[in-house]
Design a protein around this ligand. Structure first.
Ligand SMILES: [Zn+2]
Length: 300
């Protein structure tokens, strides 16, 4: 992980597979997200020690284990005041909620209780809602960016924006094939909102810091639009419509995603359904329960 300065003495980030932000204000220092596990956090703590930088606060943008898996280790090692968005905070304190919702509300099988779907519970000291807020001595604007996670918040501090997973770097988009979303319409609304954020640059959760991040945000919008157009056309090929299960299979096969295990398949089931939700909200498809199946048809 590379430690990069974005604004002298104030804004930094650890650039890795999952980026971790760092803010400094005098004697206080705040991490934004905590990486996937203890070994990532050990590297972060070592580097902050070397640089003689303080660590007093932690903010988690959203409750996905690759963003908070290292937080439990941090809370054991240091006294850190921890803040998180409302609702996400519930999952951070009861992480079984993630495999539980991915499994459609059934008690998750043991194979679903892995570090990719379920981190170790952490303690939350402060919950944050959209708007201006104070976390310790840090005066921050929190911006609500749902669509990838229900109540994800991005943070704007000293004109640097920490965007969580509200958009992905272009390489990450291609790599994912079908990016993980909970509602593609809401995700696109959040991307439009990002285009209105005035700042000196932005760090996504996966990707690199960019001053002109708007072109990457636009690439995300274009990518989602292309998936929606493909999906509408695919459903339109079947005059009797397509079952939910067939839509998942067709889209996963077309975008060549890998789902060797139930846990990956459940993530893609949610992602594909997120695009179906957008088509429903845009009145491009309808759905009904027919012969005990959830069936989608295009609107002619
Ligand atoms: Zn995420």
């Amino acid at each position: 992980m590379e430690f990069q300065t974005l604004k002298e003495d104030t804004c930094f980030y650890f650039h890795g597979p999952v980026n971790i932000g760092y803010l400094r204000n005098g004697e206080e220092g705040m991490l934004i997200d905590a990486g996937i596990d203890a070994s990532t956090m050990k590297k972060v703590l070592k580097r902050l020690m070397q640089e003689e930088l303080p660590l007093t606060h932690l903010f988690i943008t959203h409750a996905h284990s690759d963003h908070y898996g290292g937080a439990h280790y941090l809370q054991n090692q240091r006294t850190v005041h921890t803040a998180a968005p409302i609702l996400e905070e519930a999952i951070l304190q009861y992480p079984i909620l993630e495999p539980l919702y991915l499994f459609g509300g059934n008690d998750p099988l043991s194979e679903l209780r892995n570090k990719f779907l379920e981190g170790t519970p952490i303690k939350i000291d402060q919950t944050i809602e959209e708007g201006f807020c104070q976390i310790g001595s840090f005066s921050i604007e929190a911006i609500l960016l749902p669509g990838h996670s229900y109540h994800q918040l991005g943070l704007l501090y000293q004109e640097i924006f920490y965007a969580g997973d509200s958009y992905f770097g272009e390489k990450q988009l291609e790599k994912h094939g079908i990016p993980y979303l909970t509602d593609a319409q809401t995700a696109m609304d959040s991307l439009h909102k990002l285009l209105t954020v005035t700042c000196r640059g932005s760090v996504p959760g996966h990707g690199t810091f960019e001053e002109n991040f708007q072109s990457t945000v636009q690439a995300n919008l274009d990518y989602h639009k292309q998936l929606l157009d493909w999906l509408e056309e695919e459903i339109g090929k079947k005059k009797d419509g397509m079952t939910h299960e067939d839509v998942i299979a067709s889209m996963c096969a077309h975008y060549q995603v890998r789902t060797p295990q139930l846990s990956q398949w459940l993530l893609f089931r949610t992602a594909v359904t997120a695009y179906l939700i957008a088509l429903l909200k845009q009145n491009r498809v309808t759905s009904e329960i027919k012969d005990y199946r959830w069936v989608f048809k295009i609107i002619n």
